[in-house]
Design a protein. Sequence first.
Length: 64
Amino acid sequence: MSDDQNTPQMASPEVCTVCGVKIQKAIGRDVVIFATGAQSSRDVLYERVCRHVKDRPGCINKAV
Ligand SMILES: [Zn+2]
């Protein structure tokens, strides 16, 4: 019996709680899903959102 809901699973999307977006890991390219439903790339996510919150802990999309 385990209530651990933070177990990493490769197939499930990560959620950036700071930016409010989902990152679906895919082979060769990760897909970012914005709250609006639009899909994009990690680079665009970083430019639009994550670089503005880089001083806050918890953002899962770091600069590469
Ligand atoms: Zn983020």
